[in-house]
Ligand binder design. Structure first.
Ligand code: HEM
Length: 477
């Protein structure tokens, strides 16, 4: 087995398993034991990868045996996330879901259809932020939800509290909590699944029932919406309506459409949120970076219109800034574990069947062997200058590896770019001032499968009267 911390009889490394920001402990293992390390917890082998090379060599090049997902007793089985793509076992259903994703958002080219959705919804985001800058986090969420719901179900969110967005927010927060590494004992001892609800310590079962009901509703509600709209003949084109349109469906086909649409919607509802929120954190901490990006936007786009995707090629610094957003704040720090379906021998190490592979994406994106001063937010690392090659594009690792690579990566990339460009075109983002004193926010990302910056306050003001007028222009399709 790959090296790792010393094991105790029976328990193995149970007591070594971290629950708070596990990627930091795993990074220490990398320093002590090398890029491939391992642990055993009550018989479950865990293989931690702290470099891109073994991640590609195993998860990509040997993807036929490295593409299953773990059976997660809490999040997957009890709550029910095993029906969504992220925890779906490798097999025929998995391939059907992925085919659906690929058809709609699988390439940069077919994503162009949705550029207008991104631009209009991000413009509306600017309007909401302008109206209530103190609600930044909620506005970021609402925007991610609006974009994804329009694509997945053809649904346009309501300006005030939207039931679909609220439901998705609740469900994805519960996803992150229920699948967090080390959070539930039942994940380590699956037999606990069978203890009765009243049993002391079985509070997790009550929680699982409540979370399962949220998930079911999150799947059923927007699906019902599309069916009703189609029956009334007023459904706009969407992922779901296009697939439902095709023919009469078997129960299996209906399951695949319903749950792959929900996978799209739940995969997109929380992830880009973390990235775009972190843009506002970075901009107040690195005002020089902000000024450089604004100078580039002013020179290329001018002050009479908002940037669009058509400007992307001409905005290399903003493009680099969007990459740095994805590197600096790691949205999915440990990816989602891949499960090995056959014994493998890799670089002389035995990787037993059933092992869980955890690529430490956080460390890969903060590895000083790859990135100079990794904790600094510095977009210029991605620009070629005389005598200096650009550092590695974080998009080659932040979306995971092999057949399980994030199927929303082009959408995520587009959302992050347009949010950077439009926000910096019109806003100055700076530290909040309380009683005349500037407050420096803490950089302290949350634990969980999807990690978010610690909530912060900031000041967001229009850069000029012209910028204000641009934000206030009507944003419509
Ligand atoms: C900044 C934004 C995002 C990041 C950093 C990100 C990252 C990731 C990572 C690391 C994985 C696990 C890959 C692996 O297991 O090797 C993943 C899986 C996934 N992502 Fe994303 N993602 C983002 C946005 C999105 C969006 C916008 C969507 C939906 C439109 C999405 C849908 C999914 C789904 C469904 C999976 C599970 C795929 C599978 O198991 O086959 N993600 N993502």
């Amino acid at each position: 087995l790959p090296p790792g911390p010393n094991r105790m009889p029976l328990l193995g490394n149970l007591l070594d398993m971290p629950s708070d920001k596990p990627w930091l402990t795993f990074a220490d293992w990398g320093k002590k034991f090398g890029d491939i390390s391992s642990a055993v917890v009550l018989g479950q082998h865990i293989i931690v990868l702290n470099a891109v090379k073994p991640a590609i060599d195993m998860l990509d090049k040997k993807s036929a045996v490295y593409s299953d997902r773990p059976v997660l007793p809490m999040g997957g089985e009890l709550v029910g996330w095993k029906n969504t793509l992220v925890l779906l076992p490798y097999g025929d259903r998995f391939r059907e879901y992925r085919k659906n994703f690929h058809r709609v958002i699988g390439t940069r080219a077919n994503l162009e259809k949705y550029h207008q959705v991104e631009e209009v919804e991000t413009h509306r985001f600017l309007q909401r932020v302008l109206a209530k800058p103190s609600d930044l986090s909620a506005q970021v969420r609402k925007t991610a939800g609006s974009i994804i719901l329009r694509i997945s179900h053809g649904y346009e969110v309501k300006e005030t509290e939207d039931p679909f967005v609220q439901l998705a927010d609740r469900a994805v927060a519960q996803f992150s909590a229920s699948t967090a590494t080390g959070a539930f004992m039942v994940d380590v001892m699956p037999a606990l699944k069978h203890v009765p609800d009243w049993f002391p310590g079985a509070g997790f079962k009550v929680k699982a029932k409540e979370w399962s009901a949220t998930l079911e509703e999150m799947v059923a509600m927007p699906y019902r919406f599309v069916k009703d709209q189609m029956a009334a003949g007023i459904a706009p084109p969407s992922f779901t309506s296009n697939l439902l349109d095709a023919k009469s469906l078997s129960a299996e086909e209906e399951h695949v459409i319903k749950w792959s649409a929900a996978s799209l919607y739940s995969g997109g509802a929380d992830t880009t949120v973390s990235a775009i929120y972190s843009l506002y954190l970075a901009m107040q901490l690195y005002p020089e970076v902000q000024r450089k990006a604004q100078a580039e936007i002013d020179a290329v786009v001018g002050n009479d219109r908002l940037p669009t995707f058509a400007d992307r090629e001409s905005l290399p610094y903003v493009e680099a800034l969007a990459k740095e957003v994805l590197r600096w704040n790691v949205v999915v720090p440990l990816a989602v574990p891949h499960r090995v379906t056959e014994d493998d021998v890799h670089e002389g190490y035995l990787i037993p069947k059933g092992s869980l592979i955890m690529p430490n994406i956080w460390y890969m994106l903060h590895d000083p062997r790859t990135y100079a001063n990794p904790s600094e937010f510095d977009p210029s690392r991605f620009l070629k200058t005389e005598g200096k090659e650009p550092e590695v594009d974080p998009r080659t690792m932040c979306f995971g590896f092999g057949r399980r690579i994030c199927p929303g990566l082009h959408l995520a990339d587009a959302s992050v770019f347009i949010s950077c460009a439009m926000s910096l075109a019109v806003f100055n983002i700076s530290k909040a001032v309380v009683n005349g004193v500037e407050v420096t926010p803490e950089v302290d990302p949350s634990s969980g499968t999807i990690s978010h910056p610690k909530p912060f306050d900031c000041s967001i003001r229009p850069r000029s009267a012209k910028a204000l007028a641009l934000v206030q222009q009507e944003a419509r399709y």
